[in-house]
Design a protein. Sequence first.
Length: 93
Amino acid sequence: DIHHFEFIKQQEPAFINKFHKMFLSYEIGHNKPEPEIFDFVLRDVNTVPEEIMFFDDLQENVLAAREKGIQAFCVNNYETVLTILKEYHIFNG
């Protein structure tokens, strides 16, 4: 939700600024786990699903993303996201 994302932006601006593009459900106008939200992202970035990483704290949303072929991870904290990004050599800071 917007409050959670705003908190992360305030706490970790350097981390947030590393991303080229982020898709937030409250900005897109579709709710997870609706397939339309994932279809929107796939159309917008014009790439294969395997090139996208999706992080969420709800398993049902992660499973819905995986059904579209997206790399999806169930996470409950910022540190877990960092660990995954480091494992994939996407973020080292």
